[in-house]
Design a protein around this ligand. Structure first.
Ligand SMILES: Cc1cc2nc3c(=O)[nH]c(=O)nc-3n(C[C@H](O)[C@H](O)[C@H](O)COP(=O)(O)O)c2cc1C
Length: 258
């Protein structure tokens, strides 16, 4: 066949397409398990960060993340009852559980703009000398431009916040993006979720709050980012409330004693 013929050009292009698509699809298949392992490691790193088991800016090797994660026990909760289920956390896919209509339920319109909650949730129990020290709970909700995804760490009393960190959002750097600022995140530990009647009272306010001992239910808003601040407030309140982990927090508070 002549190299300049139309048939040759079409045949050559088709062969290149087939070879490229084979290369892309086989690398996707070959790398899938590595991608899953990386995603798992990234989640573990973020759980450790929320739990305060990794300091801000500390870089950990893969092995160090795995080692430190030994103190963490992943469990799958029944969100409605707050009971820990027999579901194997290793095979539980939280993303699928939130999206699949058979594995989640719609919730009433709420300020955090959460539309569905999963029936089951993967949470992390952090142990210290064999006892429960804190739990790390996945949270999400709308900011100004994006949905913020993060982890909230709560003490074994089911009330004291131990940390809050976001691992994914699209808020503006320097404005809403300040949710990642270690100085702002440092304002959360020690705040209390509940008021004296057991209602969710924690709130991000516009302006400055006092220190946790004097002003336990308020956190400073981010200046120039009122909408993101409000979003964080709404999402923390939603997930610590009755549609979120309220039943579980009540259970651990009962078990550990307030
Ligand atoms: C380019 C641009 C990006 C902005 N990004 C954010 C943001 O990420 N989060 C936010 O709450 N407000 C953001 N704002 C500001 C909001 O539009 C709004 O003015 C602000 O939330 C009001 O906050 P303040 O009352 O603290 O000034 C942005 C504004 C502009 C012009």
């Amino acid at each position: 066949m002549q190299q300049h013929s139309t048939l040759y050009t079409i045949g050559f292009s088709a062969a290149v397409c087939v070879i490229c698509s084979l290369a892309v699809s086989s690398s996707a298949v070959i790398l899938k398990s590595r991608q899953q392992a990386n995603a798992r490691l990234d989640r573990q790193r973020n759980v450790l960060l929320a739990a305060g088991l990794v300091s801000e800016g500390e870089s950990l090797s893969r092995q160090a993340v795995r080692d430190r994660f030994q103190q963490v026990e992943p469990v799958v909760l029944d969100l409605e009852t707050g009971e820990i289920t027999e579901i194997d956390p290793a095979s539980f896919d939280p993303g699928e559980a939130s999206k699949d209509p058979a594995m989640s339920r719609p919730v009433d319109p709420n300020p955090a703009q959460v539309r569905r909650v999963p029936n089951h949730a993967l949470v992390y129990r952090v142990l210290k000398d064999g006892d429960l020290d804190k739990v790390v709970l996945p949270v999400e909700g709308k900011g100004l431009w994006s949905t913020l995804y993060g982890f909230l760490a709560v003490g074994a009393d089911g009330d004291t916040i131990r940390g809050l960190t976001f691992y994914q959002h699209g808020e503006t750097p320097g404005l809403g993006g300040e949710v990642d600022n270690p100085r702002w995140k440092a304002l959360w530990p020690g705040r209390k979720i509940h008021g004296p009647e057991g209602n969710v009272k924690i709130e991000v306010i516009k302006g400055s709050a006092g220190p946790p001992a004097e002003d336990p239910h308020h956190v400073d808003g981010l200046s120039g980012a009122t909408i993101t601040s409000r979003g964080v407030s709404h999402l923390v309140r939603f997930w610590t409330g009755p549609e979120g982990y309220g039943a579980y927090l009540e259970k651990i508070a009962g078990a550990e004693g307030k």
